[in-house]
Design a protein around this ligand. Structure first.
Ligand SMILES: [Mg+2]
Length: 165
C-alpha cells in the first residue's frame, strides 16, 4: 500500500502530559485521570493520512491503559507497545514498509529516541519540547530535529500549511 502521508507518534509527553500527570509509584491511581493535550483528539480525527502510535512500556499493561483512558486508540491505523527503546526504530521501519509513505513525520519528546530514530531513517522529525526531557540537547547531528514545538496545538498550524503547499 502506498500512502501520501504518515505520522508516527510517541505517547508519553507527546499526546498527554505524562511528566505532570503520572507519578512514579502511583501509576494505577494516576492513569485513571490522564487527559490528552489540547488539540490532540481534533488533530488525530482530522489528519487525512495514516497514523501510527509507537510507545515503550515501563510497567506491564500500563501503556494500553493509557491509550484506553485517553480515548486515542481508535484514531490509529497501527499501535505498537515496545519493550525496549530500540524496538521503536524497528517498528518505525515496519510501518514504513507497510505504507511506503510519500511523506513521513515523527513526533516525539525525546531527542535520543524518536527524533534520533526518525532522522536515522530519513524522516521529518518534530520535537515536542515538553516535560522531563525538555532540557535535552542534541548529542550529535542525528538528534537535531527538523522542527521544534512547545505545544501539541502547533501541529495544527504546521499541517494546515503543509496541506496548502
Ligand atoms: Mg515520550
Amino acid at each position: 500500500m502506498r500512502v501520501d502521508q504518515l505520522i508516527l507518534f510517541d505517547l508519553d509527553d507527546t499526546l498527554f502530559d505524562s511528566s505532570s500527570q503520572m507519578r512514579a509509584g502511583h501509576e494505577q491511581e494516576d492513569v485513571q485521570r490522564i487527559v490528552p493535550f489540547p488539540g490532540v483528539l481534533s488533530f488525530l480525527a482530522s489528519f487525512p493520512g495514516k497514523k501510527a502510535l509507537v510507545t515503550k512500556e515501563t510497567v506491564l499493561g500500563l501503556q494500553q491503559q493509557k491509550i484506553t483512558v485517553l480515548g486515542v486508540g481508535r484514531f490509529f491505523d497501527d499501535v505498537f507497545i515496545c519493550q525496549t527503546i530500540e524496538e521503536k526504530k524497528s517498528r518505525f521501519r515496519q510501518v514504513l514498509a507497510k505504507y511506503h509513505p510519500e511523506k513521513c513525520w515523527v513526533v516525539g519528546d525525546r531527542l535520543d529516541a524518536e527524533i534520533r530514530f526518525g532522522n536515522e531513517l530519513g524522516l521529518k522529525t518534530i520535537w515536542l519540547c515538553h516535560g522531563k526531557h525538555r532540557e535535552q540537547k542534541p548529542q550529535n547531528g542525528l538528534e537535531v530535529p527538523d522542527a521544534q514545538i512547545s505545544r501539541f496545538t502547533e501541529l495544527h498550524t504546521m499541517f494546515s500549511s503543509e496541506g496548502r503547499s
